[in-house]
Design a protein around this ligand. Structure first.
Ligand SMILES: [Mn+2]
Length: 326
């Protein structure tokens, strides 16, 4: 065992070159922690939002950010200094400056202050010129994130929403996790919406018809299988600023069981990844969230590992296309 250093500091720093995945502090990818003062040096800021008080049935997504961070250390050999993607034949995120901005402070049962804190943290990232990458938390957090874009330094985004559910529910409380898309549309927080992967038995007919009447492009999972990525891209204005909201339950429960409202018949990891790459190349990604990872329903870290990998893919898709930028 090594001796502690004379200054009393840690013997292993997060992101220390050569350290193993299980060694060190489990920030996202074991990257350095950033503070408000150094946000402006970043291209991407990881933000945890450990909030699940919008959950309608099985809670637990408050533990999602920590589970995703833990799973992400799988990819942090050598401190994550190089992520060579064998299938792409190149390293990903080359030159991107990424750090972990920690978690939004959450006071349980004080949802108004929690939502304000979410909006404030995302606004700080946007004003610093970085792209927010938000780890949920349940899907209600997306409404508070999009609120940060309103009147901010980034143009109003077009929302691309991957989910089993439309999240356009009228029967749930206003700030529940089944309502963020309704709030985004009603609040005119986005220029338009495309939803992909919608399926299952939860979306009411009236909400379905209302969403479509308000211009929401709904691409069901079966239609996506039939018509592919092209059907998605033709709904999204080319070159538009985009916000990507990924509900982990868009994936099939066999690939991502650890979520509160699983639904059979979902996407595979590769289907989701290729869709996101195509969407990112079609527009300009200005913000990302990945929500509804609920680790107590997970097995073998399947869901949190998929989430961590997909976030790296998604950030690289935005970065490598040169589509990030204002
Ligand atoms: Mn959702």
């Amino acid at each position: 065992m090594s001796e502690p250093p004379a200054n009393g500091g840690p013997t292993v720093l997060p992101g220390h070159p050569g350290s193993m995945p299980y060694v060190g502090i489990a920030t996202f990818l074991k990257l350095p922690v950033t503070t408000l003062a150094s946000l402006s040096e970043l291209d991407f800021a990881i933000l945890g939002i450990p909030y699940d008080e919008g959950t309608s049935n099985r809670p637990g997504a408050r533990f999602g950010p920590r589970a995703i961070r833990d799973a992400s250390t799988l990819y942090s050999y050598e401190g994550g200094v190089e992520l060579f993607d064998v299938e792409l034949g190149r390293a990903i995120l080359v030159g991107a400056r990424v750090a972990d901005f920690g978690d939004v402070p959450i006071d349980p049962s004080d949802s108004d202050s929690a939502r304000a804190a979410m909006t404030g943290a995302v606004r700080a990232i946007l004003e610093a010129g970085a792209t927010p990458v938000c780890l949920g938390g349940d899907h209600s957090v997306t409404a508070s994130i999009l609120q940060a874009f309103a009147g901010g330094p980034v143009p109003k985004p077009y929302l691309v929403h991957l989910d089993t559910h439309m999240d356009f529910d009228s029967y749930l409380p206003r700030h529940a996790h089944g309502t963020p898309i309704r709030l985004a549309v009603e609040g005119e927080l986005v220029t338009g919406v495309t939803q992909v992967g919608i399926r299952g038995l939860n979306s009411g007919l009236a909400d379905w018809e209302e969403a479509r009447s308000l211009g929401v492009n709904v691409i069901t999972c079966s239609r996506f299988r039939d018509e592919g990525i092209a059907a998605v891209l033709e709904t999204i204005p080319a070159g538009a600023p985009l916000y990507l909201s990924i509900d982990i339950d868009v994936f099939d429960p066999s690939a991502a069981p650890g979520t509160g409202t699983p639904e059979p018949g979902g996407l595979s990891y590769v289907e989701g990844r290729e869709l996101i790459r195509a969407v990112a190349a079609h527009g300009r990604v200005q913000g990302i969230d990945l929500v509804e990872v609920s680790p107590q329903y997970d097995h073998a870290q399947l869901t949190s590992t998929l989430a961590a990998r997909l976030l790296l893919d998604t950030m690289d898709a935005a970065w490598s296309q040169g589509t990030r930028g204002r």
